[in-house]
Write a protein that binds this ligand. Structure first.
Ligand code: SF4
Length: 158
């Protein structure tokens, strides 16, 4: 008797990485952050293990993201009956942040719009690099979005 295929009911993460950056970047730091559940992946630390897939945007202006996500949604629905609510799209930190790869993606609003048209949850970022954070604090890089929201800043008398 053949075994029933496993039904996946958890979260399915899609990491979208910059096509240009990926010409030299292996994606190691994004994967490490996922493995450690650090950076923007810390939100999954307490729950069951999600699945994860890595895609590039396909090159400027990132239009391929829509096609790739549509393909993923269609195939996973057809073969595993997965629903949109199971998917969370992470734009990698090389897209969202000023960092050693260069400035943030100039098409980020377009990318966000493509994800939003598919009605998928979006998270901006993946890994948070301590060296880059230091440079942000020193003013060498732009602060990452929300960088100072999640910190307690002690008030001092002027
Ligand atoms: S659209 Fe943005 S993320 Fe994609 S290759 Fe161009 S700069 Fe990189």
């Amino acid at each position: 008797m053949s075994e029933q295929p496993k039904t996946f009911t958890g979260q399915y993460l899609v990491v979208v990485q910059c096509h240009l950056v990926k010409q030299r970047c292996s994606g190691y730091f994004c994967e490490k952050a996922f493995f450690e559940r650090s950076g923007l992946f810390s939100r999954y630390a307490a729950g069951p293990d999600p699945r994860i897939i890595y895609l590039t945007c396909g090159g400027c202006s990132g239009r391929a993201v829509h096609r790739k996500l549509t393909n993923l949604l269609r195939q996973s629905r057809r073969r595993e009956q997965l629903g949109k609510k199971q998917f969370v799209v992470h734009l990698s930190s090389c897209i969202t942040n000023d960092n050693f790869h260069g400035p943030p993606c100039p098409h980020i609003d377009y990318l966000k719009n493509l994800v939003s048209r598919l009605k998928l949850e979006l998270v901006e970022g993946t890994t948070i690099n301590p060296k880059a954070e230091e440079r942000r604090r020193e003013g060498l890089y732009e602060p990452r979005p929300g960088m100072y929201d999640d910190e307690f800043v002690e008030e001092t008398a002027d």
